[in-house]
Design a protein around this ligand. Structure first.
Ligand code: TC6
Length: 693
């Protein structure tokens, strides 16, 4: 019997099966909640029914509340009422889980009497990633099933658990076969029809006598990871309530803590970011049915840090990689580094010895350029010098297969100039990885003026395949992320002459939520590698003089900071004196700056650059820019990224402040400020190089 557009109820042999079918992920939309409500009412009313199976069609069990409904007026049956109905069912209920039972989905399963799951299923309460807590009873029920400690881990960290771990924790009652979930769930339920029933809300066995010290210990253990986020603390408080208060009072506390989060800027930012991340894959002028370019073998040119890291991404997903170098020792060093990195994972227990062997076996080191004729995607990762890259691409043109994708990992050079060195610029694309390339999630796909849409689509798809978030950029100096952050570095360098010292500036950036301040980062990367040249050095800036003094950063034991043999940093009196001397020489008046002023000085110019990037059509939408900065530079996700953050600050305030600082606000920033329109929703109207109908 069809209940509504997304729910169907079938009764066979005394067992009712309620099937939800709401693509893509059976999220708890109004229709799904109504389907549950009416479906359960019908099953409960049917006298022939002795037990009920709740199951989903498609790729997954309910993956959570429907996040896209969050900011709309509520319609349909309220979730809490639906869950109360299921929990109060006079007939036993089993949730039959495949895919991912997440958030409100798992909370729905927790009001059922039993949960059975396929071996590949995952269960979790990941609301923390949206700046929320499981607000449909999850914080009160989960501890009653798995204990407070495991519940804290699952909810405050947000990582789902696999079915077999869920079984061990008592979260699921049985594992079914992979492809007979329904039949197995029915068979399971039939064995339980006469069993005594205890609702989770009435259980206390896992929470009784909980040592209250657990909560502070948990806070302390994760203090660093939780910094700046609001949701983890509210989750901890909710679990404290679960172990100290009766169920109904605990539910009230959960609701208070949920609504506090729901109204917070942090949660708004994280919910925005959830969709922003998924938007990046959607490129308006790439037709969905573009024929795919299959990538079965990859070639990497250059076995340095970048080349090696890039190669690992492909090895990790089982793609064979040929890595090419000019000299044997460079090749050997590169392969040894890859081996060492994997060995590190084995030592930490993150990889099995077998996986290690499998990955290394997929790697073919070679000194012979000609072997690149066999691969489908070639990524060049050599030294950043245009003439060198052009020479390589001219050679590639002769060697590569006709339909091979020719990618460059340049971080600021002109992709079109590189493409022009070949007779097939349509096959050339930028694939800009961030260091360490095997770790950082951002991949900038740089679309040249002539890059074929099919090649763009293939580069975006391969990014996703290797677990990156691929963001599309046009050609410009620095592309999106590096170009955006350059003004922060310039502002930081200027600011230290006016009073705040590097460590104060770094501290303010850490407080803002960055993993590292700009000066600590310079010291880490090396002051010498960001454009200093001994031959032309003219002692005209602090950074130049530091380089001239051999203070190149961590690797030399000193830069802006001094480092001990364990690479622990301390403010450097030498750097401080140098800065003061420079300030005196240049006649800049020194004064105290508030944290807020430091943030404005460093980050408003970044926002301005973001607006320019949109004006020029370098990025196709503002949310792509935010995603690039969060994944490329660790911009704190609880701010939503620079452009979402800017809207919270106020565009007019930023534009005025920029003027005061001597920067010209971008016309787009000014225009949006005057129209009262948000920057983070802006989509670039700049024409694409090619539009496919
Ligand atoms: C919650 O439950 C709170 C409860 C409190 C109650 C008071 N809603 O990620 P994919 C869309 S909070 C709406 O590409 P995958 C997604 O936008 C929720 N839409 O696929 C995309 O749409 P598009 C707790 C959603 O296979 C499409 O589905 N739950 C939702 O890589 C495919 O998504 C979560 O936080 C949603 N909840 O991964 C789970 N989820 O095609 C969040 C997905 O139009 N979701 N969409 O772009 C996920 O983690 C993953 O989507 C996945 C599937 C693991 C379910």
């Amino acid at each position: 019997m069809q209940i509504n557009s997304v729910a169907e109820l079938d009764v066979a042999d005394g067992i009712a099966t309620l099937t939800l079918d709401s693509a893509p992920v059976n999220a708890l939309s109004a229709a799904v909640r109504d389907g549950l409500d009416q479906g359960f009412r019908a099953a409960i009313a049917d006298e022939t029914v002795q037990g009920i199976v709740l199951i989903c069609a498609g790729r997954t069990f309910i993956a959570g509340a429907d996040i896209s409904e969050f900011d709309k007026a509520p319609t349909g049956a309220p979730l809490h009422d639906v869950l109360a109905l299921i929990e109060g069912s006079p007939k036993p209920v089993v949730a039959a889980i495949h895919g991912t039972a997440l958030g409100g989905g798992l909370e729905t399963a927790l009001v059922c009497d039993y949960r059975v799951a396929t071996p590949s299923a995952k269960l979790g309460l990941p609301e923390v990633a949206l700046g929320l807590l499981p607000g449909a009873g999850g914080t009160q029920r989960l501890p009653r099933v798995v204990g407070a400690e495991a519940a804290l881990e699952m909810m405050a960290i947000g990582k789902p658990v696999r079915a077999k771990d869920a079984l061990a924790m008592g979260l699921v009652d049985a594992i079914t076969s992979e492809d007979a979930l329904h039949a197995d769930a029915v068979a399971f339920l039939k064995t339980k029809l006469d069993a005594p029933r205890t609702r989770i809300r009435d259980r206390t066995d896992k929470i009784a006598g909980q040592d209250p010290a657990l909560f502070d210990a948990f806070r302390a253990k994760h203090a660093r990871a939780f910094k700046g986020f609001r949701a983890p603390e509210n989750i901890i408080k909710a679990v404290e309530a679960a172990v100290t208060l009766p169920f109904d009072q605990g539910m009230k506390r959960e609701a208070e803590l949920f609504w506090e989060l729901f109204r917070s800027r942090e949660s708004a930012a994280q919910r925005y970011f959830f969709f922003a991340e998924r938007q990046t894959a959607k490129v308006p002028d790439l037709a969905a049915d573009l024929p795919e370019i299959p990538v079965k073998r990859v070639g990497v040119i250059g076995a340095g840090t970048m080349g090696g890291g890039i190669a690992m991404n492909f090895l990790n997903v089982g793609l064979p990689v040929t890595i090419v170098e000019q000299a044997q020792d460079a090749l050997d060093r590169g392969v040894a580094t890859i081996r060492r990195n994997y060995q590190g994972s084995v030592d930490k227990g993150r990889m099995s010895a077998e996986q290690f062997e499998q990955r290394m076996a997929l790697l073919t080191p070679s000194l012979d350029f000609e072997v690149l004729g066999e691969v489908d995607l070639i990524i060049e990762a050599v030294f950043e010098k245009l003439s060198l890259k052009q020479e390589i691409f001219a050679r590639l043109d002769k060697v590569a297969k006709a339909d091979a994708i020719l990618a460059t990992n340049t971080s600021f050079l002109d992709v079109d100039a590189i493409a022009a060195a070949t007779g097939r610029p349509e096959s050339v694309v930028g694939m800009h990885f961030f260091s360490p390339a095997n770790v950082m999630k951002l991949l900038e796909v740089v679309r040249g003026a002539e890059t074929d849409p099919q090649v763009v689509a293939a580069a975006m798809a391969i990014g996703r395949r290797i677990g990156k978030v691929a963001v599309l950029s046009r050609v410009c100096d620095g592309f999106i992320a590096n170009r955006m952050m350059a003004p922060r570095m310039a502002a930081a360098q200027a600011l230290i002459l006016e009073g705040p010292l590097p460590w104060e500036v770094d501290r303010v950036m850490l407080d803002y939520g960055f993993p590292m301040g700009p000066f600590a980062m310079l010291d880490l990367v090396g002051l010498d590698v960001i454009g200093w040249d001994a031959a032309t050095s003219s002692s005209s800036s602090v950074v130049e003089v530091l380089c001239e003094m051999g203070r190149w950063g961590q690797k030399k034991g000193g830069g802006y900071y001094d480092y001990d043999d364990k690479r622990r940093a301390a403010p450097s009196p030498i750097a401080e004196q140098l800065i003061r001397d420079f300030a005196a020489k240049t006649g800049v008046t020194q004064r105290a700056f508030s944290d807020e002023e430091i943030v404005a000085r460093l980050l408003y110019p970044v926002v301005n650059e973001g607006a320019r990037i949109l004006e020029e059509g370098v990025a196709i939408r503002a949310s792509d820019v935010d995603v690039a900065l969060v994944y490329g530079y660790g911009w704190p996700v609880f701010t939503g990224g620079p452009l979402f953050w800017a809207d919270g600050v106020g565009l007019a305030k930023i534009a005025d402040a920029l003027e005061e600082m001597g920067h010209a606000p971008s016309p787009l920033l000014r225009a949006l400020a005057e129209q009262g329109k948000p920057l983070h929703q802006y989509r670039s109207a700049a024409p694409a190089a090619r539009v496919i109908e």
